[in-house]
Ligand binder design. Structure first.
Ligand SMILES: [Zn+2]
Length: 218
């Protein structure tokens, strides 16, 4: 508190004589009082306690009185405890995921990908190349042609559709690891949701993207 506000002196007003006397007392009795005394010592600020008469219209006193009454009427007591670094990390991660999921659910962009991956996941953050396959955008030549008027031909001179890149382009043969049949017959959604074929597709698209970027077509 002192570091944040550069405070040196604080005046605390209370209508409870017993509490004020207990705080001044050198005798150790109530644990709560001892905790408060320890906090006061540790924060290294001069704190002056003053007694004021209750219920005579001191604004601050009336306010805390209202809060205190409201607190006693609640069914549950706030349980505040120190969290470990691990717990804090978990709490914030859960909150970030929830916010992200809410945005992903309501945003109109990325709906093609949303249909396949409705749940957000940190592990997918680096799957941009898979997104090129799902949406047919990115370095897919027919998309480049439609969007930017570039050639629709693949680097191998055949029409550069997504299907061509996934299952047919001879330049990418080695990256298919002999799984042409599967890559040609399964739906794009099935390929993307399967761990093994999604890895193949990512490698294929990443490699093709690099070829494409380094070519004269781009
Ligand atoms: Zn090709």
């Amino acid at each position: 508190m002192q570091k944040e506000n550069n405070l040196k002196n604080i005046d605390v007003y209370s209508d409870s004589r017993s509490v004020l006397e207990a705080l001044k007392s050198l005798q150790k009795k109530d644990t709560t009082i001892e905790i408060i005394k320890k906090l006061i010592q540790d924060c290294n600020i001069q704190i002056n306690f003053h007694w004021i008469r209750a219920h005579i219209g001191h604004f601050g006193n009336e306010l805390v009185d209202t809060w205190a009454k409201a607190a006693t009427e609640r069914e549950e007591v706030d349980h505040i405890e120190a969290f470990s670094k691990y717990q804090v990390n978990n709490i914030f991660t859960a909150r970030i995921l929830k916010d992200w999921q809410d945005r992903w659910n309501t945003d109109n962009r990325g709906k093609t990908i949303y249909e396949i991956f409705p749940k957000v996941n940190f592990k997918r953050l680096r799957s941009n190349f898979l997104n090129h396959i799902i949406t047919g955008h990115g370095a897919i030549p027919v998309f480049q042609n439609k969007r930017f008027g570039k050639s629709d031909l693949c680097l191998c001179k055949q029409i550069g559709t997504t299907e061509h890149i996934i299952g047919y382009c001879p330049l990418l043969e080695n990256l298919r690891c002999g799984k042409e049949d599967i890559l040609r017959s399964k739906t794009r959604k099935d390929l993307v949701l399967d761990y093994y074929t999604s890895r193949l597709l990512t490698n294929i698209m990443e490699y093709y993207f690099r070829l494409y970027m380094n070519s004269n077509f781009y």
